[in-house]
Design a protein around this ligand. Structure first.
Ligand SMILES: [Zn+2]
Length: 157
């Protein structure tokens, strides 16, 4: 009978670099961000407007073939404070904590859009507050989600 030995462990840190196609509608949205614009899709059948653009309408399941530009402003519908370490899914880098994350309805949209807020103190936020989308400087935009920096709370409302 042979002696049992501890298994040999091999340690490595694989680097997994990959690209994936954003698709027709995702590419439309990312191209819009690169241009500092918020693009949505509108349903010809029921007139629903959804952001980001998508193939099928969530209201009537019809094809969404029309792209429309929305104003880069909306209303804050909900928000939360994120205080635990978290990898930003768009960059793979840990975001500095704490930060606030919000659910925004763009003016003219029928759905909500969730993204980062510039405000880090939830006591300074309220449901119904107007917000505006803030983009990277034009020369720094590359056509990725991070081109949209955050939503900044506005005054009034
Ligand atoms: Zn529809």
């Amino acid at each position: 009978m042979s002696d049992l030995k501890a298994p040999i462990a091999v340690r490595c840190t694989p680097e997994l670099v990959y690209n994936y196609a954003a698709g027709r509608y995702g590419s439309l949205f990312l191209q819009g961000l690169k241009e500092g614009r918020i693009l949505a899709s509108r349903c010809r059948r029921c007139a629903r407007t959804l952001v980001p653009p998508r193939l099928a309408c969530t209201g009537c399941f019809g094809a969404m073939e029309d792209a429309v530009e929305l104003e880069p402003r909306g209303e804050l519908l909900a928000f939360t404070l994120v205080a635990f370490p978290f990898l930003d899914p768009f960059t793979g880098i840990q975001r500095p904590i704490p930060y606030c994350y919000g659910m925004v309805r763009f003016a003219g949209a029928d759905n909500t859009f969730q993204y980062f807020l510039s405000e880090k103190d939830p006591a300074k936020l309220r449901v119904g507050q107007p917000v505006r989308a803030v983009f990277r400087a034009a020369a720094e935009r590359v056509g990725e989600m991070a081109d949209l920096l955050y939503f900044e709370p506005g005054i009034g409302g």
